[in-house]
Design a protein. Structure first.
Length: 326
């Protein structure tokens, strides 16, 4: 019989079509994440699962699906997966890097520009009919050219953000990463700085790091105190990298100038007071939300899962050590 695949929420058809050629496919018919109980019940008979960053893939999940031969995350970030646990059980798991790099970097740059130039707040004034005409002191923002762009998390997405800054003539510095990113060094002469020096030097900080024990709450009250009062902070990585309550205080008290956020500490909830601040631009976790990226993610997740089911090499496996070597 064909293997049975569970897809925990509808993804673009390009990926589902690939799966349907090789498996029976159950797709969550609701436009919402599965509850934990629903996830465990559906996965019970699954040979493979494609899940989302909102699905917790841990020992309890693996216990609930004894037939499972692989799990493919429909996301590049995989803090929702207990990878060591999957590896202990010999189960391959995968993510979707590369296909969403450009989309996420473009959103980061959109947030940088929107924050630097008060695009959303000024749009709101105009729509509300309160604009009384051009004024020399209205909505004064900050020029990007000549400023220092700090890439926190200098991976693929961080490199793409730096490349987008080229037309803006910014100096690039980086922080974090297991090793220096050779392209950031070669193309931008980017220095990799210790966190405190990085915070003190950056005019714009763009967070493109994964959520790890090191990055969780890295941006807290102490970090905001080290940043320039004119600094802008943009996050397209993961929400819990920022202590969101401390960010609200820092923005309210003018300890940093503004923030552009696509991810939140307790999604879909926002920290109290965040949405009321005029100096933030907030988008609902849409970093990869382009046709190109989402189709690419669907196809890559499907290719990963099919390879896991057929015993071939998944293109972007997170624990390749579990794959049988020929
Ligand atoms: C989205 O946040 C992703 O990790 O792909
Ligand atoms: C994400 O995958 C990154 O490398 O930045």
């Amino acid at each position: 019989p064909l293997p049975h695949v569970v897809v925990t929420r509808a993804i673009p058809e390009a990926g589902l079509a690939l799966l349907r050629e090789r498996a029976t496919v159950w797709v969550n018919p609701e436009d919402r994440p599965l509850t934990r109980d629903e996830l465990l019940a559906q996965a019970k008979d699954a040979d493979g699962v494609i899940g989302l960053l909102t699905d917790r893939i841990d020992a309890g999940f693996f216990d609930a699906c004894p037939k499972l031969r692989g799990y493919a995350n429909y996301a590049v970030g995989y803090d929702n997966i207990d990878v060591p646990e999957a590896t202990r059980r010999g189960l391959p798991v995968s993510n979707t890097p590369d296909v969403l790099t450009q989309a996420t970097a473009e959103l980061a740059f959109a947030l940088i520009l929107a924050t630097a130039r008060h695009i959303v707040a000024s749009d709101a004034v105009l729509r509300s009919g309160q604009w009384s005409g051009w004024g020399p002191l209205q909505f004064i923002g900050t020029q990007l050219a000549g400023k220092t762009l700090g890439i926190y998390g200098p991976g693929r997405i961080g490199l793409a953000v730096a490349r987008l800054s080229r037309g803006f003539d910014m100096k690039i510095i980086t922080c974090g990463g297991r090793k220096p990113n050779p392209a950031l060094v070669a193309e931008f002469g980017a220095a990799s700085l210790p966190f405190e020096a990085f915070l003190a030097a950056a005019d714009v900080v763009s967070i493109t790091a994964p959520l790890t024990d090191t990055t969780r709450h890295a941006f807290n009250a102490a970090a905001f105190a080290r940043m320039k009062p004119t600094a802008l902070l943009v996050n397209t990585g993961r929400g819990p990298i920022i202590d969101e309550a401390a960010l609200v205080v820092a923005l309210r008290e003018g300890r940093i100038a503004g923030a552009g956020l696509d991810v939140y500490e307790f999604e879909p909830r926002l920290a109290e007071g965040l949405a009321a601040l005029p100096n933030v631009v907030i988008t609902p976790h849409i970093g990869s939300a382009t046709t190109e990226a989402r189709e690419g993610m669907a196809v890559l997740a499907a290719q990963n899962l099919i390879a896991m089911l057929e015993g071939t090499t998944p293109p972007t496996c997170l624990n390749p050590e579990v794959l049988a070597r020929p």
